[in-house]
Write a protein that binds this ligand. Sequence first.
Ligand code: NAD
Ligand code: GLY
Length: 366
Amino acid sequence: MSHPARVVQVELGERSYPILIGSSLWSALAEEIASRFAPTRLAVISDSTVGPLYEPQLEAAFEDRPWKTSHHRMPAGESHKNLASVEALYHEILDVGCDRKTPILALGGGVPGDTAGFVAATLLRGLPFIQTPTTLLAMVDSSVGGKTGVDMPQGKNLIGAFHQPSLVVISLDTLKTLPQREISAGMAEVIKYGVIWDKELFGALEVGMEGLLSVDSEALPEVIARCCEIKAEVVSKDERESGLREILNFGHTVGHAIEAATEYGEWLHGEAISIGMLVETAIAETRGTQLGDLRGRLRGLLSRAALPTTPHKCDLDRIWRLMHADKKAREGRIRMVLPTRLGRVETVGGITQAEFEMGWKICEGV
Ligand code: NAD
Ligand code: GLY
């Protein structure tokens, strides 16, 4: 049996859980499920791309285990992270049967992860939840921290619940089948951690970005573990986003509005966040924050990660209106996470439409 090379702990009192990181951890996953949940049934939620690729590994690892596994696939892609998919999954899982001890296991990226988490949070008023992320983005961000939910036409992630997983298992081998564009999209969230928290991480990314984009990179597992450590620390201090956790939203006020304005179909989440981080950094500059060459360094790193760095021509009034659906907004006023220097950010209220448009146009012009 392969063993995790790294374990990162999310400290949340009696709801604490480990993140196991290593190569091909399928049998370790089976062992953890047996010892932690001793289930008689288990429901796996994946998507139409990941299911055919990795359900066989789960089946092989679960072969001699005493539980019955049912597999449920939602259509792949952000445009299916919605209530229609949730309802279809409720029906399927209720039809095969479940009880309060039936764990829901998310197998896939952030889309099945967030959707399965919401199903786990709400079915029978709450079932145990396990995350097995298969995208870089889900490994470094969405599988950790217990934010679950789905999108609405009015905005991203507007329906949801906090529901922590009891276990996260990162099998790094799954990255081998991930398209390069998706590796880049995940890298946007990795770069985010450098800007908001860890300037050494940002520096290491500047040294080795090209190598890290290869899934054979020896340095990538350590970078993933570092991101998990940062997320675990932030979530442990502010699980329900009453303050500190907002920093994880750097780039997301603008990025989420871009995703909603393009009907969740044009930009990958990480690509929208790439633009969002640059626009929000430019907004900080227009408000007078002295950032030196931070925006130039950030743009350079995002571009080396093959991420978009120049916004398309967009209806800025629409983006501005959609930004009001952001969950950080208060009394109709936009709040944003803006950098103060490399490795530090702050949440700022009262951003004006003129400041937003100025930030956007600065990024369009470069
Ligand atoms: P995703 O789940 O849509 O995965 C991207 C694509 O890659 C999909 O087409 C998927 O089928 C495919 N795929 C996944 N794993 C694969 C593999 N190993 N091999 C081949 N193909 C594979 O998207 P994502 O980028 O993982 O996640 C984005 C979502 O995560 C967004 O909805 C975003 O809002 C959410 N998110 C949530 C949190 C959170 O804290 N809950 C944090 C960040 C992002
Ligand atoms: N990705 C934002 C959060 O988990 O809070």
